[in-house]
Design a protein around this ligand. Structure first.
Ligand code: ADP
Ligand code: MG
Ligand code: ZN
Length: 486
């Protein structure tokens, strides 16, 4: 089983990783009160006695949070619990005014699922142990230079899903592929916006190492404060090396929580690992158990959109796209829809995919916008592809047209007309240009005839230049070769 797994420390060790992912749900209001969940408001402006943890108040469950959790569970192939409940997880921290977090413990809303990832072209199934609902805590703000901390309770009570994976991951790359898949699924379902930098998607990574061939897992550490896909990889990579160094030096791994320091690129010990019994979990007496009917589960199931994996297979079978293209296009639902709209309006699938993944993505990244805000509409790309197919413009000219279309939102045909970019497919005009270049480059022509083949490209380049890229490149090649007797 371990033969295909990556190894570390000169081939002697294998890494074992399990992730606990926290996803803030995209509900309008908090999980147990009516306060807004909007991000970035003035501190303590979105609070009420319930989320401030004042005595004597009662929580009321937000039904949307349950629906979103069931949706996620179904998308991740979990069993949905017909009967689950909330528990109090007791601990003290200034950003937790009640001194307990309402979470789920022995009866979570979803259990036993899986998510598939592709790593170096190979498919791997990662088990999902459970998904449970809980409330987020507030935020402590430590202003530099001050000797006190401030607490902002706007985030307190924001609904979270904690998605716990089985210890099935074997490398930092697998962990980040898994996180990306999580994000993709959550965004498809519109249950979480997936912003790691704003903290609406966070992960704790549990990492251990063991000698290759060992059956037992090694002692794990839990890494916190990981807020980007790159840091998922970096933090785990560092931790694997650190643990191997400790073991090779004759030491033992201590089960502890470690904090990732992205500036220094290291993990530092934060506290010894707490055990479940430290939290004194018990069922929350203020909340009734959650009963979920089969009808409701069926209703939610039928509302699920097509999910990334299904879309990837369909793009491969219906449009003959390579798996990597299909994966890239299907990673975002809006991008996948955009691609399909190009095909529906007459674009060739592979050409559409290339333009989207290349020029379009490049331009959008430069500007920092997403596909929803793009001035080019799918049918406009389809129309441009038709101009290429008809030979009206060359692929090279198309790049200019595309950029112009991106900037101005004008149709390709209009740009071609305005700028006089129509491809020259008139053979007499091309012959004239070919003759001119032959006459201007006698030495190169001789060397080409003598067998220096790379000069063919040079001469074609000169002809394309003299026609401002508008000559039909196929015809240029053909006419040039004929004239030189090649
Ligand atoms: P806790 O609340 O103590 O962190 P959880 O059960 O919530 O425990 O999460 C444990 C996480 O650690 C899971 O993702 C699991 O896959 C992972 N895990 C458990 N044992 C190991 C191990 N030896 N090495 C790496 N990861 C592990
Ligand atoms: Mg944990
Ligand atoms: Zn509130």
């Amino acid at each position: 089983m371990s033969t295909n797994n990556p190894t570390y420390g000169n081939g002697k060790y294998e890494a074992v990783i399990g992730l606990e992912v926290h996803a803030q749900m995209l509900t309008e209001s908090k999980i147990f009160c009516g306060c807004s969940t909007k991000f970035g408001s003035e501190p303590n402006t979105q609070t009420c006695p319930v989320c401030e943890g004042l005595p004597g108040v009662l929580p009321v469950l937000n039904k949307k949070a349950v629906e979103f959790s069931i949706k996620t569970g179904l998308a991740m192939n979990c069993r949905i619990s017909r009967h689950s409940r909330f528990a109090r997880k007791n601990y003290f921290y200034p950003d937790l005014p009640k001194a307990y977090q309402i979470s789920q413990y022995e009866l979570p809303i979803c259990e036993g699922g899986h998510v598939d990832i592709t790593i170096n072209g190979e498919h791997k199934t990662i088990g999902i142990t459970r998904i449970h609902m809980e409330e987020d805590a507030g935020k402590s703000i430590h202003e530099s230079g001050s000797s006190y901390s401030l607490v902002d309770l706007n985030r307190t009570g924001t609904p979270l899903m904690e998605i716990v994976s089985e210890p099935d991951l074997r490398s930092p790359e697998e962990a980040s592929a898994y996180m990306k898949k999580m994000r993709s699924i959550l965004r498809y379902l519109s249950v979480c916006d997936g912003n790691m930098d704003q903290g609406s998607l966070r992960c704790d990574a549990n990492v251990s190492v063991r000698p290759v061939g060992a059956k037992e897992f090694g002692t794990r550490t839990e890494l916190k404060n990981i807020n980007s896909f790159r840091f998922v990889e970096k933090a785990i990579e560092y931790e694997i090396k650190r643990q191997i160094r400790v073991i090779e030096d004759g030491g033992k791994i201590i089960q502890e929580t470690r904090l990732w320091d992205s500036a220094a690129g290291v993990t530092n010990s934060m506290r010894s690992k707490e055990e479940a019994h430290d939290y004194r979990y018990f069922p929350d007496p203020d909340l009734v158990p959650i009963e979920v009917s089969l009808e409701w589960i069926d209703e939610i199931k039928s509302s699920l959109p097509e999910l990334p994996d299904h879309k990837i297979s369909r793009f491969m079978s219906d449009f003959s796209l390579p798996e990597q293209d299909a994966e890239q296009l299907a990673s975002e639902r809006a991008l996948a829809d955009w691609f399909e709209d190009v095909v529906k309006t007459g674009g060739t699938p592979k050409a559409a995919a290339n333009w989207i993944m290349g020029d379009l993505t490049g331009l959008m990244n430069d500007e920092g916008i997403s596909i929803e805000d793009c001035r080019i509409k799918p049918s406009m790309l389809a129309d441009m592809l038709k101009l290429i197919d008809k030979g009206t413009i060359s692929g090279r000219i198309a790049k200019t047209v595309f950029e112009d279309m991106y900037k101005t939102g004008k149709a390709a045909e209009e740009i071609v007309k305005e700028k006089g970019l129509v491809q020259i497919s008139d053979s007499s005009a091309i012959e004239q240009a070919v003759d001119d270049v032959i006459n201007a480059n006698p030495a190169e022509v001789e060397r080409l005839k003598a067998g220096e083949e790379k000069l063919l490209g040079f001469l074609v380049g000169q002809i394309m230049k003299s026609t401002k890229g508008k000559a039909n490149p196929g015809m240029v090649n053909e006419i040039l070769k004929k004239k030189l007797g090649l």
